[in-house]
Design a protein around this ligand. Structure first.
Ligand code: NDP
Length: 313
């Protein structure tokens, strides 16, 4: 049901890309409507210290930073809806965006900033014990395992960062790495190797997460020696990367084999005129808050130029 007048610009998603797009779109008088999604503020709301975002010389907590983004977007009149987008129709302009499976909004332009979500190993036991000792967010759930032994899978910056975070709370942290090296930056590797209660298990894969109601241990195997081992841990954290939140746009927008939206190089333009993409939904290389914010700015400027060119603004 369409209950409202046509919008100039709808922004889907509320991470750094979406909020920056909103600030620019609002200041260009596009009166943007933002659909905040199921995780308002995005991935930064499940982070602690952000030390690499320019303008915060002493660092800032992720959730607090996203509050700043939100306030700045609202200060210029962004209409934020605490809803999620259940479907879209980009077959012709104005575009249709259905929220919460009931209300349909129409808009001349849509900016997609739906971000990315954590990946899982795909073990049935991991799924069964999710929330009962299995987690993809050390910052959210680490507190529950203080003074206990835990394991974390992954060898990237996220796993390294979360392992050092957990090491402060927990008794012992096993880091399960499938290769014989970490992918994390040298600085993060240095931190991991210098944290005495982190034990890195290289060439190791997870066989099963064990436990009836809660995680009680994890079975792992060394892929070189084939030696199996049971780690007595009560927490099992998965930090093996992310996938873009772009399922809504399958078959509608061009994307690569991993689902990242394709944009015309040097712009935020998708294959549909008037639909723009920014942030982690289209960036698998940099994936930083600051690059996401920069691409959100690009999307709003591209939307404004498109509307002006089409005589719609
Ligand atoms: P990455 O893709 O960089 O790393 C994923 C890790 O998980 C790799 O070690 C990978 O192993 C491993 N992995 C993937 N799939 C599996 C699997 N099925 N089983 C076991 N292990 C698996 O993801 P991150 O989330 O760590 O980082 C994403 C991006 O964000 C990176 O560019 C990173 O630099 C950046 N980042 C930056 C931070 C900062 O600057 N403070 C903090 C966090 C992230 P393999 O190496 O064998 O492929």
């Amino acid at each position: 049901m369409t209950t409202e007048g046509k919008k100039k610009c709808i922004i889907i998603g509320s991470g750094p890309a979406g909020y920056t797009a909103a600030i620019y779109a609002a200041r260009a008088d596009l009166q943007p409507v933002m659909i905040a999604g199921l995780q308002p503020g995005g991935q930064l709301t499940i982070t602690t210290d952000v030390e690499n975002y320019p303008g915060y010389p002493d660092g800032i907590q992720g959730p607090e930073m996203m509050e700043h983004f939100r306030k700045q977007a609202q200060r210029f009149g962004t209409d934020i809806r605490w809803s999620y987008v259940s479907s879209v129709d980009f077959s012709k302009a104005p575009f249709k965006v259905t929220i919460d499976e009931k209300d349909t909004l129409t808009a001349d332009t849509v900016i997609i900033s739906t971000g990315a979500s954590a990946k899982w190993l795909g073990l049935p036991s991991e799924q069964r014990l999710n929330g009962f000792g299995v987690s993809a967010c050390a910052v959210c759930d680490g507190y529950f395992f203080r003074k206990q032994d835990v394991a974390i899978v992954g060898g990237g910056d996220t796993a390294a960062e979360e392992a050092t975070y957990l090491a402060k709370l927990c008794n012992k942290v096993y880091m399960i790495v499938r290769k014989n090296e970490l992918r994390a930056s040298k600085a993060m590797q240095h931190r991991v190797f210098n944290t005495p209660n982190i034990e890195v298990l290289f060439d190791t894969e997870t066989l099963e997460v064990l436990g009836e109601k809660n995680v009680t241990s994890v079975a792992v195997v060394n892929t070189i020696t084939k030696e199996e081992r049971v780690l007595n841990v009560t927490g099992f954290f998965v930090a093996i990367g992310h996938q873009p939140n772009t399922d809504l746009f399958k078959g509608l927008l061009d994307m690569d084999e991993q689902g990242y939206l394709k944009t015309v190089p040097g712009s935020s333009r998708t294959n549909i005129e008037g639909v723009f993409a920014c942030g982690d939904a289209q960036d698998k290389i940099y994936r930083q808050a600051v690059t996401a914010a920069g691409s959100g700015c690009m999307a709003a400027m591209d939307a404004e130029r498109y509307l002006a060119h089409a005589g719609l603004h």
